[in-house]
Write a protein that binds this ligand. Sequence first.
Ligand code: ADP
Length: 487
Amino acid sequence: MIELNDPSLLKTQLFINGEWVNSNSGDTFPVYCPATNECFVNVANGGKSETEYAINCAHSAMPLWQQATAKQRANILKHWYRLIVENTQDLARILTVEQGKPLHEASAEVTYGADYIEWFAEEAKRLYGDIIPSNNPSQRILTLKQPVGVVAAITPWNFPIAMITRKVAPALAAGCAVVVKPAEATPLSAFALAELARRAGLPKGLFSVVVGTDVAQIGHELSTNKIVKKLSFTGSTPVGKLLLKSTADTVKKVSMELGGNAPFIVFEDADIELAVEGAMASKFRNAGQTCVCANRLIIHSAIAQEFTQRLVTKVKGLTIGNGLDENVSIGPLINEKAVENMQGLVNDALALNATLETGGSTVDLKGNYFSPTVLSNVSPEMRVFKEEIFGPIAPILTFDTDEQAIELANATEAGLASYIFTQSHRRIWQVSEKLENGIVGVNEGVISSEVAPFGGVKASGLGREGSKYGLDDYTELKYICVGNIEE
Ligand code: ADP
């Protein structure tokens, strides 16, 4: 068990219609601690019937919420925000135990996740429509934004708090009700968020959390139930494609935040130290398990050696271990399969003549650890180039011309984040515009913020989260034509 200031934040039941409930079957499933591979707690194992019930409750709860003023909705969201901030320490501990990231990163995620709630509480009051000049003098044309309807959200384990608040906050702000299915590896953070929403006075049924081991069954209900009007998913590209297909029959709106394969380009005129720091932050945060992680370090050949040396020195300085230990800078991976995958990626690269600069193996600790790794002499036929690594491996390849760098960067179906390091204004504009990505970090390795639109192009997804655009994904635009107003 972990020490919490408020132990009642550690919930193990489903949260449906404002109540904590067991699964209908009474079944439970274990939540493991990635740092030790031990079962931490057992939680209720929900399925289709619980999901269907949560959707029906959302449907019943929505009309009153939709009719509330934006200010009333905003006040409850702000209250929820404050409770999350007040409970940061406990939420961070719960997050670290089930997810593995170091406590300081978990705490940063709590803040980051809460910031979406604050942002959308404010934006709720700015859901403006337009008055459009008509071609007909006796008509007036108006638009209004209305809530899209009941929302289903399916979220991943890598950011167990922020990926939920990013969806739930705009949905609630717009006047929708939401059913969330968090990842089965990290349900506890979702439950704690729900408990704080309940304490903030969010009316029952507007935010339910259903989780279970039969994810396909829950996912099928969420993506095919007629009541659900919008599905918002963050996760892997294959599951995203599957869900897109299953939403087709009921023509739901969708938001998809799928996999990335971020290029991280360092030009010969870059501030190398800044670039190395950016690479460390982008690559090794959450042990490389973020969809905006630098996946391919594309470095100009004139500075590649210096960049590699400096990066390797920093990587060797990382302290690996249990995230609950304050001194740890990099935690475990989510499960054993992820560790095996890292080893497979390294072995593939080495077989194709990559050079191992540091790391490259498992670590002699009890949990799911893989040593922070740097590979040089990487080439495009290697898996580390083609696949989303989702772990602490930094593959370095080199280029000589800007065109080569852009071509390498765009040689992937993914198009979420990208990074460029240069001091040239010409390059900042020219390269940013040519990169096929939804996000470009320029001389910056950390780009996520609630004020900015997060999302990808190509196979990385549909829609944007956060920013003034983030509410649009949860609203329908209605056009009203008022005619014959002249006597
Ligand atoms: P990852 O490989 O990073 O775990 P997934 O796409 O498998 O990514 O998981 C993201 C979310 O999608 C999780 O909540 C997971 O339970 C859920 N999920 C996985 N498979 C399905 C499915 N067939 N239908 C619906 N949800 C799914």
